[in-house]
Write a protein that binds this ligand. Structure first.
Ligand code: FAD
Length: 698
């Protein structure tokens, strides 16, 4: 029978952020001003492991909880002991600090090995159970990367488990629906996306927890291969506050006023229309393609850009025309005339940087294609458009890596969307997505052709596959990027780097990250942010077939059932009304969403379609095909009305391209109110009938 190793993390409590938690000068979050709590999804993972133990009927199964963090992280271990943990391990060492996901997953994997050896006495019948992601990192990369280090299958985004025929079957979230799977063999890693049954600590257990042994290991005890800043493969180069939402976020007092706003807004089209998209700035050009050899206007930070502008002016005054003409006398002149702006060493570095003109990375810009039933995922087309832009700047080609069975016909569409080369990996064993088989195929292609950039869609599939592939090929990875730009860091001799910008800490800060110590720069990018370029059927491209040897041993999961949305939903309609879990029942959904759809169709004289949040679909309020969001459909109507929907990121990603978003929610602090144009605080039961009546009177 299985044992359980649960990973928990101590994180800042981002749900309690107040204004004084931000640095007034930089606008960034001061983490020490926030309380530390157990990461909510890890608490759910702990409860999930306890539930697994209970339904397996094996009360002797051990739950060992592991955390990596500062000494104070012992608090989350006491929390775990007070609930269901039998043993706890604290991995703590200054040397482990400042790590990215690679240098976090690696020591955790080594600690898991030591737990298996010393606590589980080499019994390999175990599950590693973790939360899907932590609120501070928000990457979801650590569990799959740890699985890759341990050579284990990883079942991500699990929402429930059943114990049948002496094994666990897990229900997990996938694009377009859900799937029931079981690992072919143990051990295995499971990440929990949602488990809403909390564990409570009894008084006796809490007393015991406060005295129980905490096994403490340092970095020397586990002998990991990648730790801390040194072992990381990405580095943060800038943290900055997120831009203000470009939505209006306007409170409306009553249904009558809301009806007027809806009708006026729809008729005048005063919405948001495509704002927040991947903003166009002037396109990067390689140094030798710029008008002046001293032009360094694409440095990674504004300070570096300003320094190089000043240097270019001073060099021109000193009579220099090219970097190799700069002699000692000219340097003296620059130093003397720059008003103390440059020191000798900085000046030498900057002039050295001017001599660097060749890109630091070589190779194509790649996109890893996602597809299902012969249809390419829209996010793959968006990324191909972005890759085209990046490749044109870097004067290289766009490659799309297309793995599957019977996938070659899709190559034509990818070429029309901007690809120069489509690398096709065909194998019957790739007919259904299995992360272990796919990561082997894609890593093999990367190891053969070494593109300089690899982009994956930040869908459940991409966020599972990319961490495994990047770890396998030894490269850094940035999760869920909303900005990708090419920039230089000339002083360090780095030209044509991919700067990867992403929200972190629950969207409270933005971070710009670069790859280091890697042969390729890798990122997952948020669907709906990058722009697809118009398809051009006359574009020419090549299909390159890449063979990879796969066997049944590469298939890690039994796929027991897949449930995908079926039926046609007209998401091209100009108005979509969605109901969430706040609709309370299928009858309420039917009656309230139905009546508002009819009212809007009549008053605005337009087609109106029904949508839903994932939670509403899971409650059975409406069929799966109506789900809007990251794992449903991404839509861009003129008007989106969200009824009883909280505004989770996975939902809002799917409506980012909507012109006007209106929300009705009974919770005055509902997160959706900060992401919409107009909102009303009230129950759907009270508000919708009034709104329908008011619409009829407009
Ligand atoms: C990998 C992954 C992918 C996902 N993909 C998607 C996706 O594609 N689409 C999606 O929607 N979600 C997705 N989710 C789930 C998402 O994280 C949220 O759980 C989900 O969007 C919540 O739906 P909801 O807002 O309807 O429910 P809740 O978050 O439970 O919110 C219900 C809201 O209703 C309000 N309410 C309650 N009663 C009333 C009332 N009487 N009147 C008015 N308001 C009321 C509450 O205040 C609350 O704000 C995904 C999650 C994961 C992990």
């Amino acid at each position: 029978m299985s044992d359980y190793i649960v990973l928990v993390k101590q994180v800042p409590d981002v749900s309690q952020i107040t204004d004084n938690a931000f640095d007034p000068e930089t606008g960034t979050l001061i983490r020490t001003r926030l309380a530390s709590v157990v990461n909510e999804l890890d608490a759910q993972a702990l409860a999930f492991a306890s539930y697994m133990r209970q339904i397996s009927g094996d009360q002797k199964a051990r739950i060992v909880v592991l955390t990596m963090g500062p000494p104070m992280a012992v608090e989350v271990l006491r929390y775990s002991l007070g609930r269901c943990a039998d043993k706890v391990v604290l991995l703590t060492d200054r040397a482990l600090g400042g790590a990215d996901t690679v240098a976090t997953a690696n020591p955790l994997a080594f600690a898991v090995r030591k737990i298996v050896k010393e606590i589980l006495k080499n019994d390999h019948d175990y599950y590693v159970v973790c939360g899907m992601q932590s609120v501070d990192g928000d990457t979801a990369q650590v569990p799959p990367q740890m699985a890759e280090e341990l050579g284990l299958p990883c079942i991500a985004y699990v929402t429930s488990a059943e114990f049948k025929r002496n094994r666990f079957e897990f229900t997990r979230i996938i694009s377009g629906g859900s799937q029931v799977v079981a690992p072919k063999k143990l051990p295995a890693v499971v990440t929990v996306a949602k488990y809403e049954y909390p564990l409570f600590a009894s008084f006796t257990k809490t007393r015991w927890a406060n005295e129980a042994e905490v096994i403490t290991w340092g970095s020397e005890d586990i002998k990991a291969t990648h730790i801390g800043v040194k072992g990381s493969k990405t580095s943060v180069i800038r943290v900055f506050p997120p831009g203000k939402s470009s939505r209006k976020c306007q409170h409306v007092n009553d249904a009558k006023s809301l009806a007027k706003v809806l009708v006026d807004g729809f008729k005048s089209g005063d919405g948001h229309a495509g704002q927040g998209k991947d903003a166009k700035t002037s396109r990067y050009a390689l140094p030798l393609k710029r008008a002046s050899l001293f032009d360094r206007s694409f440095e990674g930070t504004q300070k570096e850009q300003a320094d190089y502008r000043l240097l270019a002016d001073k060099l021109a005054e000193a009579g220099a025309k090219a970097p190799d003409q700069i002699d000692a006398a000219m340097k003296e002149k620059v130093l003397a005339s720059s008003g103390g702006q440059f020191h000798q060493k900085a000046l030498d570095d900057m002039i050295g940087g001017l001599k660097c003109t060749e890109p630091s990375f070589k190779g194509e810009v790649w996109v890893v294609a996602e597809h299902s039933d012969g249809v390419v995922h829209p996010a793959t087309f968006e990324l191909t458009g972005k890759a085209r832009d990046l490749a044109d700047s870097l004067e290289t080609k766009v490659g799309v890596c297309l793995a599957g069975s019977g996938v070659e016909p899709m190559a034509k569409e990818l070429i029309a969307a901007g690809a120069d080369n489509v690398y096709v990996i065909e194998d019957k064993l790739l007919a259904v997505f299995d992360a272990i088989a796919y990561r082997k195929a894609i890593a093999d292609a990367i190891n053969t052709y070494w593109p300089q950039i690899v982009l994956y869609a930040a869908t459940p599939q991409g966020r599972m596959l990319a961490p495994m592939v990047s770890y396998r090929v030894g490269c850094g990875l940035t999760a869920d990027c909303t900005g990708l730009d090419i920039r230089d860091s000339s002083r360090k001799g780095d030209i044509g780097l991919l700067l990867q910008t992403r929200p972190a800490l629950g969207g409270n800060v933005m971070a710009t990250i670069r790859t280091k110590d890697s042969r390729s720069q890798m990122a997952t990018a948020r669907p709906g942010v990058m722009k697809r370029i118009p398809a051009d059927a006359s574009r020419k491209g090549k299909v390159i077939r890449h063979g990879v040897s796969l066997s049944q041993d590469d298939i890690s999961l039994d796929i027991i059932k897949t449930e995908l949305g079926a039926g046609h939903v007209n998401f091209g309609a100009s108005v979509i009304v969605s109901g969430g879990k706040g609709m309370q029942s299928r009858d309420n959904y039917e009656h309230l969403v139905g009546s508002l759809c009819e009212g809007l169709a009549r008053t605005l004289d337009t087609r109106v379609e029904r949508g839903a949040s994932r939670a509403a679909v899971e409650q059975g309020f409406i069929e799966r095909a109506h789900q809007v969001g990251q794992t449903g459909t991404s839509i861009g109507p003129k008007l989106y009305v969200a009824l009883g929907i909280s505004g989770a990121i996975q939902h809002m990603i799917g409506v980012a391209n909507t012109e006007t978003i209106v929300a009705v929610n009974s919770d005055p602090n509902a997160p959706i109110f900060k992401q919409c144009d107009y909102y009303i605080v009230g129950t759907v039961e009270d508000t919708i009938p009034q709104l329908v009546e008011a619409l009829a009177a407009v």
